[in-house]
Design a protein. Structure first.
Length: 275
C-alpha cells in the first residue's frame, strides 16, 4: 500500500476494465448488478481509471458478468454444496455477489494477479486462491484434493486471450478430471480478433485476444459427449435476464440487436457441459 493506494506493477490492465465497469455500474440507479466491493477496490488502486470513462464496452462487460452470475447462482441453487472455480479471476467479486454460504470456492489466476488479490481478499475455510496458469495441469489436482463435486468453472474474458491449442488443452484437462462439470466461457469471432486495435477498451491496453471461434458449436468437436447447453450474444440475452433489465437497457439492447453488427454478433457467452 502507498498513500495513493495499491500500485499495479506488472499486473495486466485488462483485468481493470471489468472491475471499473462494475464499479461504475454500481453507482447507477438502474444498475444491472450491484457491486460495492468493486467501488472500494477501484478507490484503493493507484491507476487512472478515468481513461475508461464513457466506453460503451463497459456495459458489455457488466452484462457478461451478470449472465455468468446467473449461471453460477442457478448451479448453486441446484447444488448448494458444489464447487465453483473462477478461472482467470482477476479482481472479480462474484463470490461476494452470489455465494450461498455453503459452496467451496477457488480463485485461480497468475501469481502476480493473485498477489494483487491478496491486498483485498483472504483465504477462508471455503474460499481459496490458487496462483497458477490455467494451462498448467497441477492446479486441477489442488482443486480435486480440496473439494467435492459437482463443479462449475467460470472462465470470463480469459480463454480468447490464449492460443487455440491452449484453449483445447484446458477444455480437455477439465473434461478428463471433472467429467460432467459445467464451463462458462466467452468466445470471439475472427472479425473481433482482427479489429482489436479499433476496440474502444482493448485499444487502450497491450493484451490481445488470440483465439478466434467463429461458431461456439466448435467447442463440441473432437471430444465426444461435450454439450453446448446455451449460447447468447449481448443483444440476445436469456428472456428472464432481459425482462429484469431497466427499460433504458432493454431499449438499448433491442436497438443493438437490430443493427446486427459483427462486433456484437461474433461475441458469444456460452455454457458447456464437459464429459
Amino acid at each position: 500500500m502507498t498513500e495513493h493506494g495499491v500500485r499495479l506493477g506488472t499486473i495486466q490492465e485488462t483485468l481493470l476494465i471489468p472491475l471499473y465497469g462494475r464499479a461504475a455500474e454500481n453507482r447507477k440507479k438502474d444498475a444491472i448488478l450491484r457491486d460495492p466491493r468493486a467501488e472500494e477496490i477501484v478507490a484503493s488502486i493507484d491507476y487512472d481509471f478515468a481513461r475508461f470513462d464513457g466506453l460503451q464496452s463497459l456495459i458489455g462487460t457488466v452484462l457478461r458478468t451478470a449472465l455468468f452470475d446467473r449461471w453460477v447462482a442457478d448451479f448453486l441453487a441446484a447444488h448448494p454444496g458444489g464447487t465453483v472455480v473462477e478461472i482467470g479471476t482477476g479482481l472479480n467479486t462474484r463470490f461476494e455477489r452470489v455465494d450461498n454460504g455453503r459452496a467451496r470456492w477457488f480463485d485461480l489466476d497468475l501469481p502476480d494477479v493473485v498477489e494483487l488479490r491478496r491486498a483485498f481478499f483472504t483465504h477462508t475455510e471455503r474460499r481459496s486462491m490458487i496462483a497458477a496458469s490455467v494451462t498448467d495441469d497441477a492446479w486441477v489436482e489442488t482443486v480435486a484434493a480440496h473439494s467435492t463435486g459437482p463443479y462449475f468453472f467460470a472462465a470470463e474474458a480469459v480463454l480468447p486471450f490464449l492460443a487455440e491449442a491452449d484453449v483445447h488443452h484446458v477444455i480437455h484437462l477439465l473434461a478428463d478430471r471433472f467429467p460432467g462439470s459445467l464451463l462458462a466461457l466467452d468466445t470471439a469471432g475472427p472479425g473481433i480478433i482482427g479489429t482489436q486495435d479499433e476496440h474502444d477498451a482493448l485499444s487502450k491496453v497491450e493484451a490481445r485476444m488470440q483465439w478466434a471461434c467463429a461458431d461456439p458449436a466448435q467447442l463440441t468437436e473432437g471430444r465426444a459427449g461435450v454439450q453446448l447447453l446455451t449460447s447468447h450474444t449481448l443483444s440476445n440475452l436469456p428472456g428472464p435476464m432481459f425482462d429484469e433489465l431497466s427499460p433504458s437497457y432493454q431499449e438499448m439492447l433491442t436497438g443493438l440487436g437490430a443493427l446486427r453488427m459483427p462486433q456484437v454478433e461474433e461475441y458469444r457467452l456460452n455454457l458447456v457441459r464437459l464429459s
